[in-house]
Design a protein around this ligand. Structure first.
Ligand code: NAD
Ligand code: GLY
Length: 361
């Protein structure tokens, strides 16, 4: 088993471990009970994940809430179902919520834990690759509003992240590749995360591609450990995205516009992110920020991983720019871009000419 510790602003009371291993579901409460004093648990999951993994979490002290599956249910109505269930079960301050599922369940159950009785313990049990390398770590919890994604949320850290790599065996190819897009993101931002260790993550991904596609668990554990270590370095320094944390949005400026224009239904988040990363490399090359050899290397990695890099529809440039301008990451009317400027390094820029921004659209 691998362990990564998240220490928010170096404050011990805000630290928690990410446990990464196979077979952690054989006795999940053995781990969970080490990191919370809770004696009763509300397990929030969805139909699909429950049918696969719910049985491992059944116990006399655990009640279940099984939600419908999908991003469209990450909303206020479904949040109320979680709160209603907690009230009906008389869940108390010292009890805990377990979020068993992908990023949708993690974000929503985490937000419920943040607001129920002003905050109760919660445990992230991520079951998608995207959730294991990204969404379960760092405490961003949220629900969507009809006017935008993740508009209602909080920074609320879990007590433990329990990532069992066996769950990745049941992910379909599309969902697995969605997670791989966020994985590649870490290779492109590695040097700016401020880790003491040089993980050489791009080289790792270049040389382990076949084993990653075969879902070799030793390689997957290492991969998840590296991503979580890099993310925790960033979150340790900047929990609330006052600066550095924005680098985790590499490729996301374009991705959020693509998702918004297509009403979150045509592309998965990871597909939009891989298209967004390709567009940001194009932009960086056009601006002369990176040389052609790094551009070619980055593009080769994206194509070798067979990620979606070209949208199969045409966007109106105006609609695209408007979507970028309405994103919640815009500050003082300026669109922020996380730009590559040397291998694995990025910096934030917000004064890029509109024509150049839209050239690849
Ligand atoms: P998801 O939670 O919708 O899961 C994708 C699909 O896989 C769902 O149908 C789910 O039921 C299914 N699934 C989950 N685990 C499975 C398993 N082990 N085997 C088979 N099927 C399984 O999507 P996601 O990609 O995990 O997460 C996307 C969400 O994460 C978005 O809402 C996004 O906003 C959020 N997100 C949050 C953060 C953050 O920092 N909080 C970061 C990135 C993304
Ligand atoms: N996924 C972006 C963040 O956690 O900040």
């Amino acid at each position: 088993m691998e362990t990564v510790n998240v220490k928010i602003n170096a404050k011990k009371e805000y630290s928690y471990p990410i446990l990464i291993g196979e077979n952690l579901f054989e006795d999940p409460y053995e781990y969970i009970k080490q990191f919370t004093k809770a004696e009763r648990f509300l397990v929030v999951t969805n139909k699909k994940v429950n049918s696969l993994y719910g049985k491992y979490f059944e116990d006399d002290f655990a009640a279940f809430l099984i939600l419908p599956d999908g991003e469209e249910y990450k909303n206020q109505e479904v949040l109320s179902l979680i709160i209603d269930k907690a009230i009906a079960l008389n869940i108390e301050r010292q009890d805990a919520i377990i979020a068993l599922g992908g990023g949708v369940i993690g974000d929503m159950a985490g937000f419920a834990a943040a607001v129920y009785q002003r905050g109760i313990d919660f445990i992230q049990v991520p079951t998608t690759l995207l959730a294991q390398v990204d969404s379960s770590v760092g405490g961003k919890v949220a629900i969507n509003h009809s006017k935008g994604k993740n508009l209602i949320g909080a920074f609320y850290q879990p007590k433990l992240v329990l990532a069992d790599t066996n769950t990745l065996n049941t992910l379909d190819d599309r969902q697995y590749k969605t997670g791989l897009a966020e994985v590649l993101k870490y290779a492109f931002i590695e040097k700016t995360c401020g880790a003491d260790i040089d993980y050489k993550f791009m080289e790792f991904l270049e040389s382990n591609k076949d084993m990653i596609f075969e879902k070799n668990h030793d390689v997957l554990k290492e991969l998840i450990k590296i991503c979580c270590s890099l993310k925790s370095c960033v979150v340790n320094k900047d929990e609330k995205e006052k600066g550095l944390r924005a680098i985790l949005n590499f490729g996301h400026t374009y991705a959020h516009a693509i998702e918004a224009i297509t009403k979150y239904s045509r592309y998965t988040h990871g597909e939009a992110v891989s298209i967004g990363m390709k567009l940001i490399f194009d932009l960086a090359l056009n601006l002369g920020l990176i040389d052609k050899s790094y551009y070619d290397r980055a593009l080769k990695l994206l194509t070798d991983y067979n990620l979606c890099i070209n949208p199969d529809i045409t966007f109106s440039k105006d609609a695209f720019y408007n979507a970028m301008k309405s994103d919640k990451k815009v500050s003082s009317g300026k669109i922020n871009f996380v730009m590559p400027f040397s291998p694995k390094e990025v910096k934030i820029m917000n004064d890029i000419d509109k024509k150049l921004v839209l050239r690849g659209i």
